[in-house]
Design a protein around this ligand. Structure first.
Ligand SMILES: Cc1cc2nc3c(=O)[nH]c(=O)nc-3n(C[C@H](O)[C@H](O)[C@H](O)COP(=O)(O)OP(=O)(O)OC[C@H]3O[C@@H](n4cnc5c(N)ncnc54)[C@H](O)[C@@H]3O)c2cc1C
Length: 398
């Protein structure tokens, strides 16, 4: 799929992928029009600070913006805000907008991200929050000063980051997690232990193997009932139970969707002239062979850059070791690769390090807490396909 430099590139979704792709396209010499279509009222902004510095009050909403007014002019990009895409006609090469308008494209990049998963047991009630957008973060930041007791449903990264910010403000925090260990779906049970310790040391109560069966409250949330019959009072409830890819608008277009838009290692979808990247997309990683939705900042950035390369006629593939970080209290949790079935933990002077093996004698992932140097080394070892015994030697020497 090679594209003329003057082609009209339409990006649906105005987040990290849209901002990165625009910059990369211009850097690589794309001269044609670029249009970003977003359902939000905001220019593209960065989401990681929303559950950390924006809640702590150390970063303002303005500082999260990825494209400033001057950038929009320099990059010569048309931003169409509050314009949800409602459909795609790949034959006419048109995006259908919710207001009935149509937007033609030469190349389309699907970058609609994901949204916070809702639980059927949780009603819309004042004091109940999800966290995905700047508006969500602003609402939580405004509520926090009046909060004495926070309950977090789901011990995922976003919930744990909010728990840490709240605990730093002396709020009583309980995290309720259905699984036996936090993050076990992503990182396995060993890593979950590391996370429990981090939070329990700071006075957070982590209730694993527990499920919220009812949320109580009339005018506002009053608390939650657990499956064991216990009632936990709360004046703020944060629901952090994962994210769902925003693919509904593509239904009927014929594009292949399977827990995200299915892509190869260059972001190509099943439709000609249509790419996808970021949280909405399920890419193949050429290094690891995994075919998964990454839902990570670094992966979204790298995928946007690979798509820009493909659109401008390059041949790059996504072949880096997937990576993410999470800031909780004064510690940085970092993870690269995948959580294999075998794991080994060592508590170094700087903090715990967990190695993951594939059970077939190869290192496939590394988790560190407060040790960016070890993570960087570990990422190189994973990329090199290091044998498990050598990885164990490296761990012993840390
Ligand atoms: C609170 C929070 C904290 C995070 N912290 C970290 C972290 O510490 N480390 C890490 O690695 N990752 C983190 N992430 C993940 C990271 O931010 C995402 O992976 C990244 O934002 C993905 O970028 P994206 O462009 O694919 O999607 P997004 O940034 O979500 O952008 C998608 C955009 O598309 C819009 N959209 C949706 N549907 C439509 C439609 N039909 N029409 C038009 N527009 C539409 C959305 O409103 C949104 O503006 C965090 C995410 C959140 C929410």
């Amino acid at each position: 799929m090679s594209t003329a430099a003057g082609a009209h590139v339409v990006v649906v979704g105005g987040g990290l992928v849209a901002a990165t792709l625009t910059r990369e396209l211009r850097r690589l010499g794309h001269t044609g029009p670029i249009t970003i279509v977003s359902d939000e009222a905001e220019v593209p902004y960065d989401r990681p600070p929303l559950s950390k510095q924006v809640l702590a009050g150390t970063v303002t909403p303005e500082e999260t913006r990825l494209l400033k007014p001057a950038d929009l002019e320099d990059l010569d990009v048309t931003l169409r805000l509050e314009q949800p895409a409602a459909g795609l006609n790949p034959v006419a090469r048109e995006v259908e907008l919710a207001d009935g308008g149509r937007l033609g494209y030469d190349v389309l990049v699907v970058a609609t991200g994901s949204r916070a998963r809702r639980l059927p047991t949780v009603p819309e009630l004042s004091g109940v929050h999800h966290l995905r957008s700047l508006d969500d973060a602003t609402a939580i930041a405004e509520a926090l000063p009046g909060v004495r007791r926070l309950v977090v449903i789901g011990a995922g990264f976003i919930g744990l980051e909010v728990a840490a910010v709240a605990r730093n403000r002396d709020i009583e925090v309980t995290v309720v997690e259905t699984a036996a260990r936090p993050l076990s779906r992503v990182l396995g049970e060993d890593a979950g232990e590391v996370v429990i310790e981090l939070h329990e040391e700071r006075g957070v109560e982590v209730r694993c193997s527990a499920t919220v069966v009812e949320v109580r409250g009339a005018d506002g949330v009053e608390g939650v009932l657990l499956d064991g019959g216990e009632f936990l009072p709360a004046d703020l409830l944060l629901v952090g139970v994962g994210a769902v890819p925003n693919t509904e608008w593509l239904e009927g277009s014929g594009i292949e969707i399977d827990n995200g838009v299915v892509c190869d290692d260059r972001g190509r979808t099943s439709l000609p002239h249509v790419y996808a990247a970021g949280d909405v997309a399920r890419w193949r990683n050429a290094l690891t062979g995994a075919h998964a939705r990454a839902e990570q900042w670094q992966s979204a950035l790298e995928q946007a850059s690979v798509v820009a390369d493909a659109v401008t006629g390059g041949g790059r593939v996504w072949d880096t070791v997937p990576y993410f970080w999470s800031d909780q209290y004064d510690r940085k949790l970092q993870f690269c690769g995948a959580a294999g079935p075998v794991s080994e933990r060592r508590d170094t002077a700087r903090g715990p390090v967990v190695l993951f093996g594939d059970g077939d004698e190869q290192l496939v992932g590394v988790l560190t807490v407060g040790n960016p140097r070890a993570l960087a080394q570990g990422r190189r070892l994973v990329a090199a396909g290091t044998a498990w015994p050598q990885a164990q030697e490296w761990l012993a020497g840390l």
